[in-house]
Design a protein around this ligand. Structure first.
Ligand SMILES: NC(=O)c1ccc[n+]([C@@H]2O[C@H](COP(=O)([O-])OP(=O)(O)OC[C@H]3O[C@@H](n4cnc5c(N)ncnc54)[C@H](O)[C@@H]3O)[C@@H](O)[C@H]2O)c1
Length: 362
């Protein structure tokens, strides 16, 4: 593959173009907003000059609702030999592409599982897709050369291809991304009018659950509009679970022993199902989840403290598998939770204490 056209030079289109230019490809940039295309070109993402003839691959990087129309227009113009898109949902654009009578043999849907909170070409980064999954959704009529062109694009961006059915993709992203976003927002929304004293008690649990509630509403309205039915199905199931959980909690307040026992069993079942689901989330580098242990260290809130701690752990030959920082709301300190292999815990605890660190058991 030597020549590519990127149609829609926002965050994703420009990031892709930057990655491909870096690998020596010629990239032609187009956008309904000429400023966006010019900005992308000025960042080194390619040229706004049209190609002389059909390019090897055209990538449609516009909002999901426009993919069908833009693809139809590109094909009418004979812009490329093969086509793909990068929309975050796949079934809707696929249905539009079919309804508009596009050539589906030379088109394959795709979704890079990477992004940022910001949109537009100025937020683009050439390394945005490195090491990230990139879903491809071929159908029975996608020809092999088109699949190969998409695989080559993914490889050039340093991403990992995952082939899926469009409907299965949309259910998957609803489950792991879209429904969690709404639940996080709903939990955070409970805090909007809560007492200041209650909010000040916020600890790591509520911070973890509400982290993504800070997302951009306009961007999420777009995403959810394109996958609304599937997300609503998952929320319906969650609503049924919530109903059962409320019933179990009410039973816990019951006067009779049998009622309380059934309530406790109901709550325990919910928590156990949660344990089981959480244990299935892949660990580092997509490996099966590994049980690390946590060493918690109290750290003063001053420059260089974190570097000093990491340096000492490194000098002990211990690999930090993951790290989380919990900030004290009342004092100028934080608790750094280092995830390490269980075999390293005792040695790390002893050595850090000897070096004057305050190590907490968790
Ligand atoms: N933002 C993310 O995190 C993310 C992640 C993965 C996939 N995606 C998908 O990538 C696509 C682009 O998203 P983005 O974040 O880059 O958005 P963006 O708003 O940064 O860019 C979209 C660009 O498309 C242009 N455009 C709109 N209509 C057009 C048309 N008819 N012809 C040509 N250009 C047109 C806009 O002017 C804009 O520059 C979307 O389908 C989105 O679902 C986004």
């Amino acid at each position: 593959m030597r020549t590519v056209a990127v149609v829609g030079t926002g965050l994703i289109g420009t990031s892709l173009a930057l990655a491909l230019v870096r690998r020596g490809l010629t990239v032609h940039l187009e956008d309904a907003d000429p400023d966006a295309a010019r900005t992308a070109a000025s960042l080194g993402a390619g040229t706004t000059d049209p190609a002389d003839g059909p390019v090897d691959l055209a990538v449609v990087a516009v909002p999901p609702a426009l993919v069908g129309r833009v693809l139809a227009d590109c094909q009418r113009r004979g812009l490329a030999h093969r086509y793909t898109d990068v929309a975050s949902v796949k079934a809707g654009p696929r249905a539009d592409v079919t309804a508009l009578g596009c050539d589906t043999t030379h088109y394959i849907g795709s979704h890079p599982m990477a992004g940022r909170e910001r949109t537009g070409p100025l937020a683009a980064r050439a390394d945005l897709f490195e090491g990230r999954p990139w879903v491809l959704t071929p159908t029975a009529d996608t020809d092999t050369e088109t699949l190969n062109a998409a695989l080559e694009m993914v490889a050039l961006c340093g991403a990992m291809p995952i082939v899926m059915d469009a409907g299965a993709h949309d259910r998957a992203v609803a489950l792991v991304s879209h429904a969690p976003q709404l639940l996080s927002s709903l939990v955070a929304a409970r805090l909007e009018h809560a007492d200041e004293t209650a909010v000040r008690l916020a600890g790591q649990g509520v911070r973890d659950v509400t982290r993504i509630a800070g997302s951009n509403p306009a961007m999420w309205v777009d995403i959810l509009s394109a996958n609304a039915g599937v997300v609503a199905d998952i929320l319906d199931e969650l609503a049924a679970d919530l109903g059962e959980t409320v019933t179990a909690l009410r039973a816990l307040e019951a006067a009779d022993e049998a009622g309380r026992r059934s309530g406790a069993a109901g709550i325990e079942a919910v928590l156990r199902r949660g344990n089981n689901g959480q244990a299935r989330i892949p660990g580092k580098h997509g490996a099966p989840p590994t049980r690390y242990e946590t060493v918690a260290v109290v750290l003063g809130d001053q420059p260089g403290e974190l570097g000093r701690l990491f340096g000492e752990v490194g000098a002990l030959g211990v690999n930090i598998e993951d790290v989380a920082i919990e900030h004290s709301t009342a004092q100028q300190v934080g608790f750094v939770q280092l995830s390490v292999a269980p075999s390293a815990v005792a040695r790390l605890n002893t050595a850090l204490r000897e070096h004057g660190w305050s190590v907490r058991s968790v």
